[in-house]
Design a protein. Structure first.
Length: 340
């Protein structure tokens, strides 16, 4: 009976299937509060900012109420002020029209969000009230700056652009230029290009060293080639990226007979580049397990010239056709060629 297929290291959508547990140094996340806020989900981020505003309004509302209480504004707010012509100076409160904590809370909101209805204002009677006014304005500006920065970063995150970078659902192994090659197709759905796009591949599998050390997720870089040479690609139309299976390849001893017995085999593809419109670096990822690799097939052409322009038919993006391919390993194919 075939062994149970191991869990993916990287999902088809590029998400890494890794759970972090028993992290003892949780305080490190608080040392980078901005990144922590950006990484949070939208409901949590909005809840934190809502509570930040409410707590600051309540805190400064309490401060304004204490200032009014200490100055005696609450006692004189219900009494009619005397005319200075009668011989007694009129009472001047620190903040006008504060009668209770509710009015102090409303004044706190007016100060921080600069609404300014005009019914309440700070007078020159209390220097402490002027100082609190300055502090609250600074606190409000800091909260607004952090909130706007987080919202901008969350809406312009690099992985949003990666949603329109697509990979073929299956990879194929077939002959190209007389050599067995591992091939996949990559494309960009947007017209705005990915500048300085590079692509690389890794094989992730369980290995054991000569000393008996077991590495459950050993990452091995594999050499790849593409139609324009090197790792840089000009992704203006879908490209077929391929890896030549030679003696330095981890796939050198894999044949169609034993391909599906390599349950621990996973090939990860990583595409990186700079978004042309924003200048932000983005990364798209996918992976292929052994049962997602088709032996003896190749991708059908999807680019055709129509009316002086090149047209791409994405309905055939992942379509493959069978082609004559030796049912042997790349090692055996090279040995047969050397004998001939």
């Amino acid at each position: 009976r075939a062994r149970e297929r191991r869990a993916r290291f990287v999902g088809k959508n590029g998400a890494c299937n890794v759970a972090h547990k028993n992290i003892r140094e949780q305080g490190r996340f608080l040392q980078d509060v901005f990144t922590t806020l950006v990484d949070l989900k939208w409901p949590h981020t909005l809840l934190i900012f809502t509570m930040s505003f409410l707590c600051s309004w309540l805190l400064f509302g309490m401060v304004w109420w204490l200032i009014a209480f200490a100055h005696g504004d609450l006692d004189h707010s219900t009494r009619p002020q005397r005319d200075p012509a009668e011989g007694a100076a009129a009472f001047v409160p620190c903040v006008t029209s504060i009668h209770s904590f509710t009015s102090a809370f409303l004044f706190s909101i007016e100060v921080q969000v600069t609404i300014g209805f005009g019914g309440r204002m700070v007078t020159e009677e209390c220097p402490a009230a002027i100082l609190v006014l300055i502090v609250q304005n600074i606190v409000g500006l800091v909260i607004n700056a952090i909130m706007l920065g987080c919202i901008f970063m969350k809406t312009s995150q690099a992985h949003r652009r990666a949603e329109t970078l697509i990979f073929s659902k299956h990879a194929v192994i077939a002959l190209r230029e007389g050599r067995l090659c591992f091939m996949l197709r990559v494309g960009d759905l947007r017209k705005s290009m990915i500048i300085s796009a590079t692509i690389r591949m890794q094989v992730v599998k369980k290995t054991a060293s000569l000393e008996g050390e077991v590495v459950p997720l050993n990452q091995i870089d594999i050499q790849m080639e593409n139609p324009v040479g090197g790792n840089s690609i000009f992704l203006v139309s879908p490209l077929i990226i391929y890896h030549v299976i030679d003696k330095n390849s981890p796939l050198y001893d894999i044949s169609p007979m034993n391909l599906h017995h390599h349950e621990d085999l996973e090939i990860i593809v990583i595409l990186e580049g700079v978004v042309e419109t924003t200048g932000i670096t983005t990364q798209a990822r996918t992976s292929y397990l052994a049962d997602e690799i088709l032996w003896g097939q190749r991708f059908v052409p999807i680019v055709a010239e129509e009316d002086g322009r090149y047209s791409v038919d994405y309905s055939k993006f992942g379509n493959t056709v069978k082609v004559p391919t030796p049912s042997c390993t790349a090692r055996q194919l090279e040995e047969d060629k050397s004998i001939m």
